[in-house]
Design a protein around this ligand. Structure first.
Ligand SMILES: [Zn+2]
Length: 261
């Protein structure tokens, strides 16, 4: 069976400040190392659990945070842009792991909270429900019939996902108390937990269901910038005096996502 690991950075063990996740900062190389170590623990667990194939998506920012030479060579690594696809090379995937996730924009006391871009978006809603990256990414995978079988991140992300993915194992590697305040588990302990939980999730992957929701699906976006988005067609503005908030309905969430964001 094939496991796909979509790896973000903010929720990885040891990541604790903006510097860890921003390329031009002195702390960034440490952040990349922390992300790499969580990924390798997860790959190890997937193979222990019985995976035949593991693909890793470098999913933070531009998708160029990992040194391929440092990633467990049993896994296939996808980096860089993916042109309108959230999960490049998703064919034949049986199960998805969301690794190193963070809470949605505006979550109180959450480490590095944001939704896709802290510069561009304040809020997103999926069918009227305020959604962070974990929900939207789970929903997009659901369109491919792929279930999420494990999530990792901080306690605030754990609370966020509990509502829409009950029963999906959450590997909590840290506890947050502010935008740049968190306590991570010791690295060895966190990596052992990631590997153990991934192995268990992969072993029982058939027990998980893809997320399904109502169609036509409606995606609403609240941008931060006041500049008007050009070139959007068929879009509804719920408040005619606010062009930062717009929504559109359609039969494919992933298409809407790349059209509206
Ligand atoms: Zn990120």
């Amino acid at each position: 069976m094939k496991v796909y690991i979509f790896a973000d950075m903010e929720g990885c063990t040891g990541i604790g400040c903006r510097g860890h996740v921003l390329k031009d900062q002195p702390e960034y190389p440490d952040g990349c190392k922390f992300m790499t170590d969580d990924i390798n623990a997860c790959i190890e667990g997937c193979f222990l659990g019985g995976a035949d194939e593991v693909t890793v998506r470098d999913g933070h920012g531009s998708g160029m945070n990992l040194n391929p030479a440092e990633i467990d060579s049993r896994a296939k690594l996808f980096q860089g842009a993916s042109r309108g696809m959230r999960y490049p090379e998703f064919e034949d995937t049986d199960a998805l792991i969301l690794l190193g996730y963070h809470a949605m924009a505006g979550t109180p006391a959450a480490l590095l909270e944001h939704t896709y871009s802290s510069k561009s978006y304040q809020n997103l809603w999926l069918n009227g429900v305020k959604a962070g990256e974990a929900l939207l990414d789970t929903a997009i995978a659901g369109e491919y019939g792929v279930p999420v079988i494990m999530v990792s991140g901080d306690d605030k992300t754990r609370a966020e996902v509990a509502g829409f993915m009950p029963g999906v194992p959450f590997c909590q590697v840290k506890t947050s108390s502010g935008l740049e305040k968190s306590d991570s588990l010791p690295f060895d302990q966190a990596h052992a937990m990631i590997a153990d939980m991934a192995a268990g999730a992969v072993k029982h992957w058939r027990e998980f269901q893809p997320l399904q929701f109502r169609y036509p699906v409606t995606l609403r976006v609240e941008r931060i910038e006041r500049a008007q988005r050009e070139g959007l067609t068929g879009v509804h503005y719920p408040d005619p005096t606010d062009c930062r908030v717009y929504e559109k309905s359609g039969s494919n969430l992933e298409e809407l996502f790349y059209e509206l964001l």
